[in-house]
Write a protein that binds this ligand. Structure first.
Ligand SMILES: [Zn+2]
Length: 292
């Protein structure tokens, strides 16, 4: 596994053992990105046919399918306002706008490819009262093959009954300097710069959409600082910035294909577009990334 948290890696390894007896996990913490990362790790371990102690096998059908394949369902709050409502959890007797399969119906049939059927619900603090109650029934009598993972950055808003039916796992903020970037950059000053970039990116994905301009400014300043620290051209500094941001995203938001293609697009645009514009566009994508 890529991120640097042996405690969580061991925990996830234990959770995929048949004797774990855990059907539902609630991941909580202060950072959207690390929570998201570990949610996807857990989902892909549960979905994998032959998980190893170091992670999913990477070769089976579910591993090669986008987001873990047909036996995985990821539910996020609707966008405006962000809410998890009853129709996402169970069938309701009225026409609904939401196009997904309700959790209870999804879990009614056994898995097709994976050893389990997996539901991940992000930001469960956004669930309204009725949705929360409906999910409780599933948590109380889960099918043997059902696995659920809920996430929240506001644990206090999750009802006590939901919490008591889940294994609650705190996700710490990772220190990126001990992570994957440090392998590529040796100098201490360079690593300090990268820790700063990590902070900017994490703030950006957790920020409201309106924060895009501020993020753009921060990225511009960062590129300037990088240019001086590493003694590279301004073009090279920008290329590095895009590269690092792409790496960062594939670790923290592996499910965000759109955003990664936006970065590739930025790479392409670099030949013609003004760098300032480029960073503003990137920032707009970033600040919307934890919700869209
Ligand atoms: Zn696999």
């Amino acid at each position: 596994m890529s991120a640097s948290d042996p405690r969580l890696e061991r925990l996830i390894d234990r959770l995929v053992q048949p004797e774990s007896g855990v059907h539902a996990v609630l991941l909580y913490g202060s950072g959207q990105s690390p929570i998201r990362h570990w949610m996807m790790q857990l989902v892909s371990m549960w979905a994998c046919k032959q998980p190893t102690a170091t992670g999913p096998c990477g070769e089976c059908g579910p591993c090669r399918s986008e987001n873990g394949g047909v036996d995985v369902q990821i539910i996020e709050p609707t966008s405006n306002p962000p809410i998890i409502n009853l129709e996402m959890i169970t069938e309701v007797d009225r026409p609904v706008k939401w196009e997904g399969v309700p959790v209870r119906r999804f879990l009614r049939t056994p898995p097709m490819m994976s050893p389990r059927k997996i539901v991940a619900i992000t930001d469960f603090d956004r669930a309204n009262h009725r949705a929360s109650n409906a999910l409780l029934k599933t948590l109380e009598e889960p099918s043997p093959y059902a696995r659920l993972v809920l996430t929240t950055t506001r644990i206090s808003r999750i009802t006590r009954t939901i919490r008591s039916r889940c294994l609650c796992v705190g996700v710490p903020e990772p220190l990126i300097s001990t992570g994957f970037w440090s392998k590529t950059i040796e100098s201490e000053a360079g690593q300090e710069c990268l820790a700063e970039l990590d902070q900017i990116l994490r703030n950006a994905v957790d920020a409201p959409d309106g924060a895009a301009l501020r993020t753009g400014d921060q990225l511009r300043k960062w590129a300037l600082q990088w240019q001086k620290t590493m003694e590279v051209s301004d073009r090279a500094a920008l290329t590095d910035l895009l590269q690092f941001t792409g790496d960062w995203l594939s670790h923290t938001h592996p499910e965000r294909y759109n955003l990664r293609s936006a970065i590739q697009e930025s790479h392409r645009l670099m030949a013609s577009a003004h760098p300032t514009l480029l960073l503003d566009v990137l920032s707009m994508e970033l600040t919307g990334s934890s919700r869209s």
